[in-house]
Design a protein around this ligand. Structure first.
Ligand code: KIV
Length: 270
């Protein structure tokens, strides 16, 4: 068994081993070289170039305007800051609408330095996940609140609250793993449901607003640093800068809190 400190480079087998051995995973978004390096040096295992960059970097109202070119550019500059962490990049809005489109977008992201692509949803996306995974492209699935579906969902709301929606989420989580996803992000899901999905799941789960029962946690960098993005602050957000005292200290405090299970707590969960 390797401890986190002994892991020189995060890989798919290392992620699978962390799940088997019950070691919690720390994920954080980054969008440029300097913050990527700070994450890499301060205990972050997975760096996500999220399409949240549309909101926190570009100042847009949603993630929908983000393009493959945007994601490729930010993936490339983030990749230069990483040595140890695994780099995951989002497939932006509708770039994964068909298996072929998703393959082209994934090639661009992997050639820019991504080591895994993240895509939202199940349903017709199962075919996309299978298509990519069969072509040796590691896939992270994203379920629960899927921000690219904000128009259909009618806002950024907690998902899986009633029994029918919870059952659908449990079925989707099993289906994405069966289709070949290697990692599963659960966003804005009640803690008890996320914990049940995690214990049934063969692949690691990473929560954001999904309580302490996931295998790991992700936060948006700007939220961890207490920056006001101009959008309503969700309940799961915690400013670690006050306690950390510096960017490096805030990231290290976040990583330590995820690993020792003190974050997220009930105050930051649904
Ligand atoms: O785009 C993003 O930053 C994300 C995280 C919120 C999980 O998808």
């Amino acid at each position: 068994m390797s401890t986190h400190a002994e892991i020189k480079k995060w890989t798919l087998p290392a992620l699978a081993a962390a799940k088997r051995e019950g070691r919690r995973l720390v994920m954080l978004t980054a969008y440029d070289h300097g913050f990527a390096r700070a994450a890499d040096l301060n205990g972050v295992d997975l760096v996500l170039v999220g399409d949240s960059l549309g909101m926190v970097v570009q100042g847009r109202g949603s993630t929908l305007p983000v393009t493959v070119a945007d994601m490729t550019y930010h993936t490339e500059v983030v990749a230069r800051g990483l040595q140890r962490a695994m780099l995951v990049s989002d497939l932006p809005f509708q770039s994964d609408a068909t298996p072929e489109r998703a393959l082209q977008a994934s090639i661009a992201l992997l050639q820019a330095g991504a080591e895994m692509v993240k895509l939202e949803g199940a349903g017709h996306k199962l075919e996309v996940i299978r298509f990519l995974a069969e072509r040796d492209i590691p896939v992270c699935s994203h379920l629960g609140l899927t921000p690219q579906s904000v128009l259909k969902l009618g806002g950024y709301k907690v998902q899986g609250r009633d029994e029918q929606a919870a059952a659908q989420l449990r079925a989707d989580a099993a289906a994405v793993a069966e289709a070949g996803a290697s990692l599963l992000v659960l966003e804005c899901v009640p803690s008890t449901l996320a914990a049940a999905i995690t214990s049934a799941s063969a692949i690691p789960t990473i929560g954001i607003g999904a309580g302490p029962g996931c295998d790991g946690q992700v936060l948006v960098l700007h939220d961890l640093l207490g920056l006001d993005s101009g959008h309503r602050k969700p309940k799961f957000v915690k400013d670690f800068l006050a306690q950390g005292g510096s960017v490096a200290g805030a990231i290290a405090a976040y990583a330590a809190a995820v690993r020792d299970g003190s974050f997220p707590d009930a105050e930051h969960s649904y």
